[in-house]
Design a protein around this ligand. Structure first.
Ligand code: GLV
Length: 307
């Protein structure tokens, strides 16, 4: 029995060493040194190389190394009934909340204007007149943590989810009309959705026309949520007036991409919340122990729903 950690786009040797130190009896393998593939009963994967999954014939479960699972859900080599989990702990959620609060406050409190004023030695107090409403697309583990962070600042939060089921006091909308209602109310519309067939392209011209004038779009889920070609015309109409984008169709964003130069677009390089190796190691060990006991891995994904 062995646990495999594999991320084809980064070095996971320190993470694997951490997991091995935390779970002394566990045989930990770090890709590409996978040893006998049939020994591996649990694999934690991120951008798994094509052809890896069919070699892992002894798998009892797999987990995404991050919060997103679309690289696994869409992999035709992932056996249909194999339990699939994901790693999304409290630190990931608070990192995301910190990023979003920082972006919203920077904009709402008009902090960039003071940098310019300081360079001119100009004393010109300014404070926003309105309290903005935060609209969250997606209200899972990350969305709820972000809502709590905004609510702690007394900023009203509404959310939109697939089911519309309310989880706490936050108002939750669903469906196409719920989406339009939320977009019309939100000063900051934040996309935290998982990427599924239903959410791909959800940030599109139709949604933009329902957005509150002069609102801000913040996209931190996945690049393909946004129809990129629809954004510039929407910015011209100031619905939204600003887009803060952390995720893109193509990452890294190509140097000649027009978004880099657009005065109403702010870019961060997919770093709003990144799985930290200390938290990931703890979650991997816990998830592996669960699988060994015959329980589902942490963050069990409903395959038919896609997240
Ligand atoms: C990051 O994008 C993740 O899915 O964890």
């Amino acid at each position: 029995m062995a646990l495999l950690i594999c991320a084809s786009d980064r070095d996971t040797s320190r993470l694997a060493a951490r997991v091995a130190a935390m779970a002394p009896g566990v045989n930990v393998r770090n890709w590409p040194d996978i040893g006998q593939p049939e020994d591996i009963d649990f694999a934690v994967l991120w951008r798994q190389p094509p052809g890896l999954l069919p070699r892992l014939t002894g798998l009892k479960a797999v987990s995404s190394l991050g919060a997103g699972v679309e690289h696994l859900v869409n992999d035709p080599d992932l056996p249909e009934h194999l339990p699939l989990g994901r790693l999304a702990g409290p630190k990931l959620a608070s990192d995301m909340a910190a990023y979003l609060v920082a972006q919203v406050l920077w904009h709402w409190k008009g902090l960039d204007r003071f940098a310019g004023q300081q360079s001119e030695r100009r004393w010109q107090p300014w404070t926003p007149r309105h309290t903005p409403t935060i609209g969250l697309l997606g209200y899972g583990h990350l969305g709820q943590a972000c809502a709590r962070a905004f609510q702690a600042l007394d900023l009203p939060v509404t959310a939109w989810t697939r089911s519309g089921q309310s989880i706490d006091d936050t108002v939750v909308h669903s469906g196409a009309s719920g989406l339009a209602t939320l977009a019309a109310q939100a000063d900051y519309l934040i996309c935290l959705l998982p990427l599924t067939d239903q959410t791909r392209g959800i940030l599109n011209q139709r949604l933009f026309t329902t957005m509150k004038p002069d609102s801000v779009l913040i996209s931190v889920g996945r690049g393909p949520h946004l129809i990129e070609a629809d954004l510039a015309p929407a910015l011209e109409q100031r619905r939204p007036a600003l887009a803060i984008l952390d995720v893109f169709d193509q990452e890294p964003l190509p140097a000649d991409h027009p978004f880099w130069q657009h005065p109403q677009i702010r870019i961060t390089p997919h770093c709003s919340a990144i799985t930290r190796s200390d938290e990931a190691a703890e979650l991997i060990v816990e998830s592996y122990h669960r699988v060994r006991k015959g329980l589902p891995p942490l963050g069990l994904v409903k395959r038919e729903r896609g997240y």
